[in-house]
Design a protein around this ligand. Structure first.
Ligand code: LAN
Length: 715
């Protein structure tokens, strides 16, 4: 995509990824001496799209030949901390938060970052109109185009650069910056490129409501409340940076109309049709009107009291996550709050400057902010499970690699709860595994579950050390059991704290399903399978609780199956991804194609989607529309999910599975790798995000599971 020919580039052979106890940061080596002392690893070269020089391997004939080649390649991507690493791109609204925050807080942006961030945006601009969308596959939106345009300008691109001219033209065609959704308007207001009066209110006072109030933010989905938390502080303080020449210039560039002539209060609900995914409900519009009036009459002492409460929660979030924060939206917003409240020279500001780096990544297209501070625990746990599925876990040649991975998981389990966790509305975390690294510090149900499975497999294999004692595995089980929601399913971070009606208050406009913790077949399956496996090793611990939890979970899994036999997947694309999980759950119950109507319908659904070449391929539109949508090409990941799903269903006819696996084998490269295909993941229905390691993890898992089931026969 994009026309990047006329932007600068750094010397990619000078970039290195440092992996330190799961903390991943990129460094640009300026001198030749540094380059000599710190050679570029194969993994760095791969991440940067440089030639890895890895040799061609013997041509695979059987599934296990292919698995071995896959492992041979993937083992080169294991990094110093013992985990597998990769980039996590997709969303296009994350880098702006970081760059704008660095601008606001006078944090120097290194020249090599500027160069590479500009290059990334040049590569990701939609070639036909020069704008950017919500994510890399999206058509241009006002949100994406406004914020990324600002990034280009802060990073030093001149307004008359052809890329800037083209992007501006597209922005104006879409109506200009006035048409931004709520989060866009928020960043603009802080930059003094918009007026707070033109924003639907985000009052800090919501946090001062008594906890029993049904709309209290503590009940909202964690990502939603943790974003609105710092926003509410900045909104209530109505902070704007002082106007300077650059800002005056941007006002002219971003708006087709005269900035000073805009009647701000009439534009609170002005949002471009290209941006809206989830329109306001009538109730939300009414509530916003009430809050506008409230904002005018609310006494200052109440506002100040509420801001103190919010500031306390922001501080707790910073400290409990070692300043990493929950994610890449609240991280920079918290930074702004600490800069305003604690002062530019405070330790909090220094810590925030330091942790911004944890989110940055460089690839062949340039530099950008990752979706999280990495996928360290998640990918590592999954790959270990793939090694187990193929039986490769037992081979001595892989032992060192796997022991390093086990030591990583040992180190990364969260060992303490948060300080006064009740006061920060946090769920317990002692015993949990996070998605990324321990210091980020957030319990995730399925990350805990996948790690528990990986640890049990490794520690149960002869020849492996057992660094994680029974007590700590039981702690993980306690966390999992504590997370089941009242609908019997599992969400990712917390139990559901409020009814579905709260979605009516979704004011983000560009995302669906952001207001509460929903249950998901993916998370539910991860927990059920982990608990089931746990009972094989430790049959007595909380025996009855586990039995009851599994029983209820399966009721949930069956309930959310659609009439056509499918399940909607919320984190991977999409129906094939969910089928792989849901059918694994049902298999545990003993429900297979032989004896279960649910499974039969699911199998029929999957078979009806197999493509002519034997593969499966789903477009990201499946996720955003909720209707199965073929990709124009089959995809190795979807094919692997579908094959695994059919194997969990114990579907007796091997043919469709063999056809799928054959396609996976044909797509494998001579050095054992699989190439990137369509984007693999999603969140909030509408924003796509890549899971680059899935093409190694699930391909090798599907091939390995087949060989374990049917023997390693040529296909
Ligand atoms: C993630 C990444 C991991 C993902 C899985 C573990 C794969 C999933 O099974 C459960 C949900 C979870 C933990 C998840 C939740 C939402 C995240 C954190 C993300 C998709 C990565 C980025 C996204 C976050 C919300 C991005 C910021 C956007 C906002 C709307 C705040």
């Amino acid at each position: 995509m994009g026309a990047n020919s006329n932007v600068e580039k750094t010397d990619l052979s000078r970039w290195r990824m440092k992996s330190d106890q799961g903390r991943q940061t990129w460094h640009y080596l300026k001198t030749d001496e540094e380059v000599r002392e710190w050679p570029q690893a194969t993994s760095d070269k791969y991440f940067l799209g440089l030639d890895t020089g890895l040799p061609a391997l013997p041509t695979p004939k059987t599934p296990l030949d292919s698995v071995k080649n896959g492992i041979e390649f993937f083992s080169t991507l294991q990094v110093a901390s013992g985990n597998w690493a990769c980039e996590y791109p997709g969303p296009l609204f994350l880098t702006p938060g970081f760059v704008i925050t660095m601008y606001i807080t006078n944090t120097p942006i290194p020249q090599e970052w500027r160069t590479e961030m500009i290059r990334y945006l040049a590569n990701k601009a939609n070639p036909y109109d020069g704008g950017w969308g919500l994510h890399v596959e999206d058509d241009s939106t006002v949100f994406g185009t406004t914020l990324n345009y600002i990034v280009l300008r802060i990073c030093g691109m001149e307004a008359d650069h052809p890329l800037a001219v083209k992007a501006r033209k597209r922005l104006h065609e879409l109506g200009g910056a006035l048409y931004n959704p709520h989060w866009g308007k928020t960043w603009l207001s802080i930059l003094n490129l918009y007026c707070w009066d033109g924003l639907n209110p985000i009052p800090a006072e919501l946090w001062a409501l008594p906890n029993w109030v049904p709309i209290h933010p503590w009940r909202w989905w964690i990502h939603c409340r943790m974003v609105y938390l710092p926003m509410s502080y900045i909104f209530t303080r109505k902070h704007q940076i002082p106007v300077n020449d650059f800002i005056l210039q941007l006002r002219k560039e971003l708006y087709p109309q005269d900035y000073d002539s805009i009647n701000w209060t009439s534009h609170r609900n002005t949002v471009s049709g290209a941006d809206v995914y989830y329109p306001h409900s009538t109730i939300l519009n009414a509530l916003n009107k009430v809050l506008v009036v409230w904002g005018k009459f609310c006494p200052d002492f109440v506002k100040l009291h509420a801001m103190r409460l919010v500031k306390d929660l922001v501080t707790r979030e910073d400290e409990d996550s070692d300043y990493t924060c929950l994610g890449p939206v609240n991280n920079p917003l918290n930074f702004v709050v600490r800069y305003l409240d604690d002062g530019p020279d405070s330790d909090a500001v220094k810590m925030h400057r330091y942790t911004l780096e944890d989110y940055m990544w460089v690839n062949k297209d340039g530099m950008f902010v990752n979706g999280t501070d990495g996928l360290q625990c998640w990918d590592t746990s999954f790959f270990i499970q793939s090694m187990h599925a193929s039986g490769m876990i037992e081979r001595p040649e892989y032992r060192d690699m796997l022991i390093r991975a086990l030591n990583f998981l040992d180190d990364q389990q969260i060992k303490e709860n948060c300080r006064d966790q009740g006061q920060s509305y946090r769920h317990i975390r002692k015993g949990a595994w996070p998605f990324s690294k321990r210091k980020q510090g957030y319990t995730v149900s399925d990350c805990t579950a996948e790690a528990v499975k990986a640890v049990l497999f490794l520690q149960g294999t002869p020849g492996f050390p057992r660094p994680i004692p029974e007590r700590r595995i039981c702690d993980a089980v306690d966390v999992m059991l504590s997370l089941q929601s009242s609908d019997y399913g599992f969400s990712e971070y917390e139990q559901s704290r409020v009814g579905d009606w709260i979605e009516q208050l979704n004011s983000a406009e560009v995302f669906g399903n952001i207001m509460k913790s929903y249950s998901f077949p993916e998370c539910t399956t991860a927990v059920v399978t982990a608990l089931k496996l746990f009972t094989q090793y430790y049959p007595e611990y909380r025996k009855e609780d586990i039995k009851e939890c599994i029983r209820k979970s399966l009721i949930y899994i069956k309930r959310v199956q659609r009439k056509d036999g499918s399940w909607y997947g919320s984190w991977g694309i999409c129906f094939t991804y969910a089928a792989m999980f849901a059918l694994e759950s049902l298999e545990i119950l003993g429900e297979t194609w032989e004896n279960s109507g649910n499974v039969k319908r699911a199998v029929e659904f999957l078979l009806s989607k197999q493509m002519e070449d034997g593969g499966w391929g789903e477009s990201y539109k499946s996720s955003s529309t909720g209707v199965y949508t073929h990709h124009e090409k089959s995809q190795v990941c979807n094919t692997a999910y579908a094959c695994l799903a059919l194997m969990h269903a114990q579907y007796p006819d091997r043919k469709p599975i063999e056809r799928g696996l054959k396609l996976i084998m044909q797509r494998q490269q001579a050095n054992g790798e699989w190439l990137s295909e369509a984007i693999e993941g999603v969140f909030n229905r509408n924003c796509m995000i890549a899971y680059p390691n899935y093409k190694f993890i699930f391909t090798t898992k599907a091939l390995g599971a087949f060989a374990s089931k049917y023997g390693d026969i040529p296909i």
